[in-house]
Design a protein around this ligand. Structure first.
Ligand code: NAD
Ligand code: SER
Length: 320
């Protein structure tokens, strides 16, 4: 493990992953060394109040460069993005934020010799022609959503900067992330979070994908662990850079409901698939993450039932 960066910028820090990543980075690297940023503000935000904060629109190249210079940044965790469902509602915005944002971060990093850049990809990089079970690391990448198009393009341009400029860029293809701190920001896998909230708040849920829809998922503590394990791995041990498959759980919507029913026996779920079903049907059911396991020691710690118990406990503390 290396910890050779000192001043960290997190973009999209008020989002589902950015908010918890910022907290962990501040614990590890020191409160004042982790600058949180986002295009929006949130009232009573622990991210904004728990350490340095700045407004930053990642589509503004000058603002990204100025932030990196003025705050003396030497590592960027680039979490700002438009996710799959919102991306299908506004594909042009999705392209602009995801691609301009990525290239602006890469360019600022190249010009100012930033020592490490973390840029996530997603299971959305895959498409209907990809094998859906144990989806290989190297396989067909022909996504059908604009979000997926930006994720494949992002992986390719990140790897280009590694090859062409020797920039240290790393990234993971996150599965659907489940968490209780910050609500997800408009993805296809949001049902896997919403179902826990509704179980605690209302005892019933209307799910926007079919009961048998199986997708790879991951609990937030494993997501943060994966991100930081990769970020802190020895560069020399990496063969891949921007596109690591990472697996944890492969569960159906019905499996999640069943796991919740072990704690809330009367919990009921209706299934009313909408446009997001068609997106989910093009994504993997499970992924082969042996490259991540071999190159930087990836190993998830949470299974479905341990995650469910923890989610319900945290949400009950929050709402009841
Ligand atoms: P999110 O939608 O919860 O948060 C994204 C944040 O980016 C938001 O706070 C938003 O305000 C901000 N943002 C949007 N446009 C911006 C702009 N122009 N400039 C600056 N900030 C802007 O997303 P997340 O779930 O935290 O995702 C973080 C990263 O992980 C993204 O790259 C996403 O594609 C990837 N990812 C997430 C998941 C998941 O399930 N959460 C799965 C796969 C990949
Ligand atoms: N959770 C994300 C989404 O559904 C996957 O990248 O968009």
């Amino acid at each position: 493990m290396t910890k050779d960066f000192k001043r960290i910028l997190v973009t999209g820090a008020l989002g589902q992953i950015g908010s918890e990543l910022t907290a962990e980075l501040r614990d590890r690297y020191g409160r004042d060394n982790v600058i949180a940023s986002d295009i929006k503000t949130v009232k009573d935000s622990t991210v904004m109040e728990g350490g340095p904060w700045t407004l930053l629109d990642v589509t503004d190249a000058d603002a990204v460069e100025k932030t990196v210079i003025e705050l003396d940044i030497d590592a960027v965790f680039h979490m700002a993005a438009i996710l799959s469902a919102t991306g299908e509602q506004n594909p042009q915005l999705c392209w602009k934020v995801n691609m301009d944002g990525t290239i602006n971060v890469l360019e600022a990093a190249r010009k100012h010799e930033i020592s490490r850049v973390i840029i996530p990809s997603s299971i959305a990089a895959f498409g209907p022609e990809t094998p859906r079970k144990d989806t290989p690391q190297e396989t067909v990448l022909r996504p059908k959503t604009m979000y997926g198009v930006t994720k494949v393009s992002g992986e390719l341009v990140c790897d280009y900067y590694v090859r062409k400029y020797g920039l240290d860029v790393r990234g993971l293809r996150y599965p659907g992330i489940i968490s209780s701190e910050t609500l997800p920001g408009g993805g296809t896998t949001d049902y896997a979070v919403d179902i826990y909230y509704k179980a605690v708040q209302e005892g019933r849920y209307t799910c926007f994908v079919r009961e048998d829809t199986m997708l790879p998922m991951m609990y937030m503590p494993d997501c943060i662990k994966a991100t930081l394990d990769l970020a802190e791995a020895d560069f020399g041990s990496l063969v891949h850079h921007s596109d690591f498959n990472v697996g944890a759980l492969s569960v159906t919507a019905g499996d999640i409901a069943g796991s919740i029913r072990k704690h809330i026996p009367g919990f009921s779920v209706d299934y009313e698939p909408d446009y997001r079903q068609a997106i989910a049907d093009t994504w993997p059911m499970s992924v082969d993450d042996s490259a991540a396991r071999e190159e930087w020691g990836w190993k998830p710690e949470w299974d479905l039932d341990s995650m469910t118990a923890d989610m319900l406990e945290k949400l009950r503390d929050k709402f009841l």
